[in-house]
Design a protein around this ligand. Structure first.
Ligand code: SF4
Length: 386
């Protein structure tokens, strides 16, 4: 049985709801039973679309399930669709943008539809103190961030679960009937105190895997770019897909953007060490000033011995999200190791990058408010929203 991680076993935890500790990504491939995104596959993508993405080149997307099958099908002229999502527990942070930016690249390069699920029900069920009105309202806020990234409105279908449940529910029922409690419990670590909504929820997250096939009336398998922490949901979906007459979803997993304090994953529940898309320049400056670095105790020592970019949150932010130019990333790392740049100057460069990005993003986000109807698909309207 493939497993999840518990801190006492491995020194880190990765589940769809909890990520803690220093993640051993190779161990996750082994334990989750996924495959390495090897150079042959990367070369194949580059040959097919005439380009690559820095997140592929740098191994930020590093693992997959059945990507080769999707590429085979595409070469034969068969369709596929992208599916990804977000649990709206708060405002979007820049770590969330990673798979979305990548999904946009995939949409542009492969000319495919994207189905984007906003799981207001999930965040309501798994956080005992949350209210459905709040998770719904965050779903709308998160949708503005998705739209602001420039997705094609004709090919992008964003849905909030409680607004689209008529379409999702029959598919979720088919999945729910085939999943048994012992498997769900083993994969997610549920116990007798888990609410029954949470136990069923994975069926709702599985439903969009089969939605393009239903909507288009022909087989349209999905490829899911997502954080490796979301793999357990789809492992269960894959186990039952063929038994209900659908193709298994394929996945492309990214590593998780690290937090500014140098430990664990960037998380909305740690606002001081996480940069949100709604942050003002002064918020960004303050958070970057406080970030963990690989610098020395004094400027003199750093000039003499150099810093360590490999453990530095500032350099990680650059590497994971804010600098697509490999030469620039490598050049700063080199200057850091030689003591030719100090942390103050280095942080300033990153602040400028982030604030430039956020200022443009926030402008597009404001315009996105008026474009919500072009992107959001609904099949019902709930009373609590009126
Ligand atoms: Fe990190 Fe930059 Fe300081 Fe090096 S100079 S330790 S990369 S902040």
């Amino acid at each position: 049985m493939q497993k999840n991680h518990r801190p006492e076993e491995e020194g880190f935890t990765v589940t769809p709801w909890e990520v803690e500790g220093d993640i051993d990504y190779e161990k996750l491939i082994e334990d989750f039973g996924t495959e390495d995104l090897n150079q042959d596959l990367l070369d194949r993508i580059e040959k097919m679309v005439g380009d690559t993405h820095f997140m592929l080149r740098r191994g930020i997307f590093y693992s997959h399930r059945d990507l080769d099958r999707i590429l085979d099908d595409h070469e034969e002229g068969k369709k596929f669709a992208l599916y990804t999502g977000r649990g709206p527990s708060g405002h979007t942070h820049v770590g969330h943008l990673m798979p979305w930016i990548f999904a946009k690249w995939m949409q542009d390069k492969f000319d495919v539809d994207l189905y984007f699920q906003l799981t207001d029900d999930e965040k309501f069920l798994f956080n005992f103190d949350s209210e459905l009105e709040d998770t719904y309202s965050y779903a709308i806020e998160n949708a503005k961030d998705i739209i602001a990234l420039g997705f094609d409105p004709d090919k992008t279908h964003i849905f909030i679960d409680t607004d689209f449940i008529h379409q999702l529910y029959p598919l979720a029922l088919k999945v729910g009937k085939r999943l048994n409690f012992s498997n769900v419990k083993a994969v997610f670590g549920f116990d007798n105190s888990t609410n029954v909504g949470s136990i069923f929820y994975t069926a709702i997250q599985s439903a969009p895997c089969f939605l393009p096939t239903e909507l288009e009336g022909e087989e349209v398998p999905v490829l899911i770019p997502c954080g490796i922490d979301q793999d357990p949901h789809f492992r269960l979906t894959r186990d039952i897909a063929e038994t209900i007459g659908y193709t298994k979803p394929a996945l492309l997993h990214n590593k998780l953007a690290p937090s500014l304090d140098g430990t664990g994953k960037m998380s909305a529940s740690q606002p001081k060490t996480t940069i949100f898309t709604t942050d003002k320049p002064e918020d960004v400056d303050e958070k970057i000033n406080e970030a963990f670095t690989g610098g020395r105790i004094s400027a003199a020592e750093q000039r003499e011995k150099g810093g360590d970019p490999s453990i530095c949150a500032i350099q990680n932010y650059r590497y994971y999200i804010f600098e697509s130019d490999d030469e620039k990333v490598d050049s700063i790392a080199e200057r850091c190791r030689k003591g030719d740049i100090l942390c103050g100057e280095c942080k300033q460069l990153l602040k400028e990058n982030i604030n430039r990005f956020l200022s443009e993003h926030q402008e597009r986000r404001e315009k996105a408010e008026k474009m919500l109807d072009d992107f959001l698909v609904k099949d019902c309207e709930q009373e609590f929203r009126s």
